[in-house]
Ligand binder design. Structure first.
Ligand SMILES: *[C@@H]1O[C@H](CO)[C@@H](O)[C@H](O)[C@H]1NC(C)=O
Length: 331
């Protein structure tokens, strides 16, 4: 009897707060709070971009933008904070992490509802995963607004090996950016060769700027095709399911990865700093790019808009950031 109760309670399946087939992007809110942390809600309810944003919608995967093209702040989905906000990574001494190698040459982020399981050897590399949602290199010419959720097409993937761990880099394009030539790409074979080469070299070398060794690739650094890469993403979605259902565990810096739901601790606030309270009294801004996917995506601006998201700002390498930031009071 006890065993039966435990099986029912301990293995209760995680129910994401958004049902993929009913996903209405106009209900998704992306907000920037505190020192630039990005938090999410759906239909007024706090959600996790990792666990509640669907893995796929309309046959495309859901990409969460963490490090826009041309920027250096190492933003990522935080695995153990409540509701998994996107926040800037820190060094062991507490200082904020930036790419030291240079500005990002891709829109970098992750696919929702995926996890590279450290304990399951990858079928292609024989090595366990890096304990993160699967990484994504989105190849559009326009920077993605930080925190935005986009529908992307998988074109291929690079099997990066970092310190004995598998760290797949999915190559994708935003299917809603109709002005980008990439919207016609169906496979990595359609991407200009020099672009794939530049990306491969960047991710092979970027840690050398921090005094670390070069990364390696399986398959001799040749990108696997769209079919193969899609299979990889599907497998990482299965690994995520195994962990959120409590059949395996995930931790980050010795703290359990946060998952909402019955088998995990209830979380009252949304962030360590109690930023939930701030949400209700701040001004809502609308961050609208020309692509339809962002329409209805609301960004809450608290103290200031990051330099690189200011309209018309250009960085030293001449990347133009065509993000239109329109202050629109919605509440
Ligand atoms: C994709 O790559 C796999 C090997 O991983 C191969 O078997 C398959 O034929 C390729 N598909 C296409 C459409 O090229």
């Amino acid at each position: 009897m006890l065993l039966f109760v435990c099986v029912v309670v301990c293995l209760e399946a995680y129910a994401p707060k958004i049902v993929a087939s009913e996903f209405d992007r106009s209900l998704l809110t992306v907000a920037q709070v505190g020192e630039g942390n990005i938090v999410y809600s759906y239909d007024g309810e706090a959600i996790s971009p990792w666990h509640d944003v669907p893995f796929s919608v309309d046959g495309f995967l859901c990409f969460v933008c963490e490090i826009p093209l041309g920027t250096t702040a190492k933003m990522e989905i935080h695995k153990s904070h409540a509701f998994n906000p996107v926040i800037q990574d820190r060094h062991k001494d507490g200082s904020l992490r930036y790419y030291e190698y240079g500005r990002s040459i891709v829109n970098y982020g992750a696919i929702a509802q995926t996890w590279e399981d450290p304990l399951t050897p990858d079928p292609d590399t024989g090595l366990g995963g890096d304990n993160d949602p699967i990484d994504v290199l989105q190849l559009n010419a326009k920077p993605c607004p930080r925190g935005a959720v986009q529908r992307v097409r998988v074109l291929g993937a690079l099997a990066l090996i970092d310190g004995g761990e598998t760290d797949w880099k999915l190559l994708v394009v935003d299917v809603d950016d109709l002005s980008d030539p990439g919207v016609l790409w169906r496979d990595v074979a359609d991407v200009p060769v020099h672009r794939v080469h530049a990306v491969r070299e960047w991710f092979r070398l970027y840690k050398t700027a921090e005094g670390k060794t070069e990364n390696n690739y399986a398959f001799g650094g040749i990108a696997v095709n769209a079919t193969h890469a899609t299979r990889v993403a599907d497998l990482m979605h299965v690994h995520w399911r195994t962990f959120v259902d409590g059949r395996t565990s995930c931790s980050f810096n010795k703290v359990a990865c946060w998952v909402g739901g019955a088998h995990q601790q209830k979380s009252e606030g949304r962030n360590d700093d109690g930023s939930d309270a701030e949400l209700s009294k701040t001004t809502w801004y609308s961050l609208c790019s020309k692509t339809s996917w962002y329409r209805g995506l609301k960004v809450l601006k608290v103290p200031e808009v990051p330099e690189e998201l200011r309209p018309g700002s250009l960085d030293s390498e001449g990347f133009g950031l065509e993000v239109e930031l329109k202050p629109t009071l919605v509440r």
